[in-house]
Design a protein around this ligand. Structure first.
Ligand code: ZN
Length: 645
């Protein structure tokens, strides 16, 4: 499945301020001002607020020492609690990483290693655990890739309210269709909170803003015009500020546990990677982690021990007194805190994973980050001394080095904790060596840019990116398929057919590419080619209605009425009222001179839909076949009259 590219339009500042003021006014009218004092009776059970900021590199946050961005809200939270300087994610992919945060499980253990993969019910989530202990639970997401109805099934488990995107968005604009700005996410959370004041609460807020493309609203678009990624971070920080101010006003801040983290970082060109997902370098694994405890315990604490996103859930459970499920892969961070200065002795090994390269047929990667060393398992493996070479530029991997061997032994222990791969998610056939993602990064950057351009209706830019990608990698099925789709949309069916046919040869299990190849062949009048592609597509995915109908029409063109009839009948089994299917079936019957067979449904169809000229033409043919010349003539005239209108 294709990852939807996320781009959004810019809300004029005036409207933005208007929305904010309106929210405040409504809040006052609804009486929120009255409960705005922190004197509300203190709840012994702490509220839990999780804030995940997408695509947030630790080294681009003010309290992590970065001078070119202003993040006062994050800095204030760090001052009010514990800041982990060496926190790492197990996965550089949004869905996988969030499921890890929510379940405390490694990606290979929870199994959600790509978009759209449902979270198995056997894995319990933070929201389920907290809800069971009386928490009111709600989640507010900033991107459709975390929508539990589509790309993140199961992520909503345990949430009383999960703020999905509308199934049928009003506009074609990206805005609100694929992404919400941070301030809108926070406003949704605040309005939910207003209606659910009785605690304890577990509220998750996801701010997607720093994800590419980098398009912060004004004034950040101006102030950070030469480094827009930082502008997105600064903007997201204002959303955090709004949410925190709200929690303070609601009187729930002091007794709350607040966790702020990133799901992964961003390549920003390091190792050739512009965004994230393909590699396991620190540019995309090193994330910020802030933990504010109830009553501001351990204020201004800094922990330098290496910790992981799997440690977040055990920490929340430990602080709320809820027993942790035994299978969790992380451990509570609380024991590190009292002895912060010595915490480095308690470094925790990080097992990193990415299956994202598999989407393009490239090798998945595994990494172990331990003892200031990183081992990356790849077709060309890598070993880095992170103390001497924090940017991971000098690969020290030598098969027989003792360092490599001890890291491999350690990695084997981690792998032993993972469930065995099933044959369907095996990366390669036995003996097959997939390309190393390091050799494909340029192609991936181009494909990513093409996807963004396509989603932005910039077809000629997309075509250029894809053609460049194909120059670098002529057998990229993804590039061929995307280019085929572009040509199909542009109406160059012969070109589309060539690209799509080649994509299918390279990836014979891609039912969508086969369907599109069939569509392109049909549109260019290549009936046998269309038949073969559509048959293959339906063999891979038999329930595709549109492929069935199109194949039926192709058989009609081939004068193979019997096979056409079979396809239309199969389509009507799925949807007995489908007009296209009913007309196709009637035409197939007429082609076989079964006029009496076609007649009843054509009469019913023309009665219920008197404006259907195609149905009237077919009915006239059926009458003529049955020797009812008068009826045929009258019906034909009705059809012609309709067509003249
Ligand atoms: Zn993400």
């Amino acid at each position: 499945m294709r990852r939807p590219a996320i781009v959004f339009g810019i809300i004029p500042l005036r409207i933005f301020i208007g929305i904010t003021l309106l929210g405040a006014l409504l809040g006052t009218l609804l009486g929120t001002a009255a409960w705005g004092q922190p004197s509300a009776p203190r709840n012994p059970v702490p509220d839990v607020y999780l804030i995940t900021i997408d695509t947030l590199r630790a080294d681009h946050v003010g309290c992590y020492g970065y001078k070119q961005v202003e993040t006062p809200a994050l800095d204030a939270l760090a001052a009010d609690g514990v800041r982990f300087t060496q926190a790492f994610t197990h996965s550089p992919i949004t869905n996988t990483s969030h499921i890890t945060i929510m379940t405390g499980l490694l990606p290979s253990v929870h199994g959600v290693t790509d978009f759209g993969v449902p979270l198995s019910p056997q894995h319990v989530t933070a929201a389920e655990l907290l809800k069971k202990h009386g928490y009111q639970t709600a989640a507010f997401i900033g991107a459709v890739i975390l929508d539990s109805n589509t790309l993140a099934p199961g992520l909503d488990r345990g949430f009383d309210f999960y703020d999905n995107f509308p199934a049928k968005p009003d506009s074609k604009e990206r805005w609100d269709r694929v992404e919400r700005r941070g301030m809108e996410v926070v406003e949704h959370a605040e309005s939910w909170f207003d209606k659910h004041r009785t605690g304890p609460h577990f509220v998750w807020v996801h701010l997607f803003d720093p994800h590419d493309p980098y398009e912060p609203p004004p004034p950040f678009s101006e102030k950070y015009k030469d480094h827009l990624y930082d502008g997105e971070i600064a903007y997201a920080d204002t959303a955090v500020a709004h949410w925190i101010a709200f929690l303070k006003k609601a009187g729930v801040y002091d007794n709350a546990i607040i966790v702020v983290t990133g799901d992964h970082g961003e390549g920003l060109g390091e190792h050739g990677e512009e965004t994230h997902g393909l590699f396991l370098y620190d540019s995309t694994l090193h994330i910020p982690l802030l933990l504010k405890m109830p009553a501001a315990a351990h204020r201004r604490t800094v922990i330098d021990a290496q910790v992981r996103t799997t440690d977040i859930l055990p920490t929340i459970l430990s602080e709320t007194g809820i027993a942790a499920p035994p299978e969790l892969n992380g451990a509570s961070l609380l024991p590190l805190i009292p002895d912060a200065a010595q915490s480095q002795a308690s470094n925790r090994a990080l097992f990193g994973e990415t299956d994202y390269p598999l989407r393009w047929g490239w090798a998945p990667l595994r990494a172990l980050r331990a003892n200031n060393t990183k081992l990356i398992e790849a077709p060309r493996p890598e070993l880095y001394d992170l103390e001497a070479d924090p940017k991971e530029l000098k690969n020290l991997y030598v098969t027989d080095s003792s360092k490599v061997q001890s890291m491999q032994a350690e990695m084997a222990k981690w792998k032993a904790k993972l469930p065995p791969r099933t044959s369907s998610d095996m990366p390669a056939k036995p003996g097959e060596i997939l390309p190393d993602p390091k050799d494909k990064i340029e192609v991936q950057n181009l494909l990513h840019n093409a996807m963004l351009a396509s989603d932005d209706n910039r077809a000629s830019d997309a075509r250029q990116f894809l053609e460049k990608a194909l120059q670098l990698d002529p057998s990229s099925p993804t590039a061929l398929r995307q280019l085929g789709e572009l040509e199909l949309a542009a109406g160059d069916f012969a070109k589309a057919a060539i690209h799509l046919k080649r994509a299918c040869e390279l990836r014979p299990d891609d039912s969508t590419a086969e369907f599109e190849a069939g569509e392109a062949a049909e549109k260019s009048g290549d009936w046998p080619g269309a038949r073969d592609a559509l048959e293959s597509s339906l063999k891979l995915a038999p329930s595709q209605m549109s492929a069935r109908l199109l194949l039926g029409h192709v058989y009609l063109q081939l004068k193979d009425a019997k096979n056409a009839e079979d396809q239309f009948e199969a389509a009507l089994l799925v949807d007995s009222n489908n007009t296209d299917g009913r007309l196709g079936l009637a035409e197939a019957q007429i082609q076989q001179s079964d006029f009496a067979g076609a007649l009843p449904d054509l009469e019913a169809l023309t009665k219920s839909d008197r404006r259907n000229a195609a149905a009237l033409h077919l009915l006239a043919r059926a009458y003529r076949g049955l020797g009812r010349a008068q009826d045929a003539k009258r019906t034909e005239e009705q059809a012609e009259a309709l067509e003249k209108k």
